[in-house]
Design a protein around this ligand. Sequence first.
Ligand code: SAH
Length: 343
Amino acid sequence: MQDIKDLTLKELEDRLKQFSSQKYHAKQIFSWIYKKSVFDFMALSDIPEDLRVKLKGEFSIISSKLIKLQKSSDGTQKLLLQFSDKSLIECVVIPAEGRVTGCVSTQVGCKFGCRFCASGLSGFKRNLTCAEIIEEVLYLKEKAKPLKLTHLVFMGTGEPLDNYVEVVKAIRIINSPEAFNIGARRITISTCGIIPAIQKLSEEKLQIELSVSLHAAVDSLRLKLMPINKRYPLKDLINTCKEYSEKTNRQITFEYIMIKNLNSNLENAEYLVKLLGGWKLSKVNLIPSNFIKELKIAPPNKIEVLIFKDYLVKHGVNVTLRRERGQDIDAACGQLRLAYAHK
Ligand code: SAH
């Protein structure tokens, strides 16, 4: 059975025409599912009964089960969802001052094998569909209550730009006023740096935020940390990012995980300045690395982090320092994984 959340409003309108129904019902259906979280077609009281029956015969709405919910002492919640093929994925809701951010996964597992990240530890299984990504958002919205889900980051398990079509479609639905109406500027895609996909994204006319996981500012080190750097080396990546920001007039955030004894001394800060210095539409977000026990990854001490940050600021690089959330439930960056497989 087809999942109705795989359809954009336009596609649903076209389907309704095929049922010889009025196309304005599509907006009502969107509103029931995405605004009111009603998941039973027969309960859509302003839809004619014969259409409700047809919809029920053609489409499914929810296909996963919430099988585990963990709550952090800081209010972060991590959800483990299971889809009908038994695939498991995690997503996270993170309340912070004045906003609630949902962090969604885009793939079951990950192929990219970054050395510091737990998400690829069990390999790659499959892409999530648009409907499955939206289903994560429906759960996150529910768990955010009584607060409103205001921001979304594609920073869970998987590489969003390796699942391009489904992710972009999901973003359009999430963004649309008839569905979740989350502004594009409140939606962030994070990528390990897939050049052709970044180029394609610059043509989409989406005002979303783009984050690039950098983590090292010289090829020799980045290659050791991120195998993708072999295919898409730094110089090409940065040129592509500059083209992207020129075309879209959007700032790009470079994520830089600080790992003890690896990429966090002043020499590395100098490399960063060389790579990004003078480029106004760029920002570096420093993330003291989270502990991943299998990978023996640990953050540098606080003083080292501040010295590194200070060096960047003095040399004209825009920089922020990320506060990690949800570490006590392994819900922080790089900690999402198929936890069940390791227990
Ligand atoms: N594949 C995409 C989306 C995943 S985002 C990407 O690479 O950007 C996950 C974010 O968590 C990225 O910024 C990633 O670099 C970061 N991350 C991974 N492992 C981490 C760790 N051990 N500590 C802190 N951040 C980590």
